[in-house]
Ligand binder design. Structure first.
Ligand SMILES: O=c1ccn([C@H]2C[C@H](O)[C@@H](CO)O2)c(=O)[nH]1
Ligand SMILES: [Zn+2]
Length: 133
């Protein structure tokens, strides 16, 4: 699966976004090292703080199926501007590896590639806790 193909899955996943409050749909698609794809959309709530972002929806689906080996995650929001993961999602992403690739797109043709370490430098990770155990 290529970066472009994963971006297409994120665009498809965006269709399911539940966004009655922000009206800002976001889609995400992640690829595991074993080649499986898990998708997600943002899911809002009348109690706004209970909202779940597209990236975390995809990650939680993946982890709940035992797929912790994440290779890359594609994210797409607005088609006119890049939508970068929020701080909470960055922290959740780095939990599963500093080298996870992020494909941040406007469309299948227009996207940028980062690692989570690029977007969340000097992060606090499971390794930091292990030193005390
Ligand atoms: O990377 C992002 C940024 C924002 N949102 C969602 C949260 C909320 O539903 C809406 C507006 O913040 O966009 C995501 O799902 N992912
Ligand atoms: Zn987020």
């Amino acid at each position: 699966m290529t970066e472009k193909e994963l971006m297409k899955k994120a665009i498809e996943a965006r269709e399911k976004a539940y966004v009655p409050y922000s009206k800002f749909p976001v889609g995400a698609a992640l690829l595991t090292k074993s080649g499986k794809v898990h998708t997600g959309c943002n899911i809002e709530c009348a109690s706004y703080g209970a909202t779940n972002c597209a990236e975390r929806t995809a990650i939680f689906k993946s982890v709940s199926e035992g797929d912790l080996d994440i290779d890359m995650i594609a994210v797409v929001g607005d088609e006119n501007a890049y939508t970068y993961p929020c701080g909470i999602c960055r922290q959740v992403i780095v939990e599963y590896g500093k080298n996870i690739k992020l494909i941040i797109g406007k469309s299948e043709e227009e996207y940028k590639v980062y690692t989570i370490e690029n977007l969340l430098p000097h992060s606090f990770t499971p390794d930091d806790l292990e030193k005390n155990n």
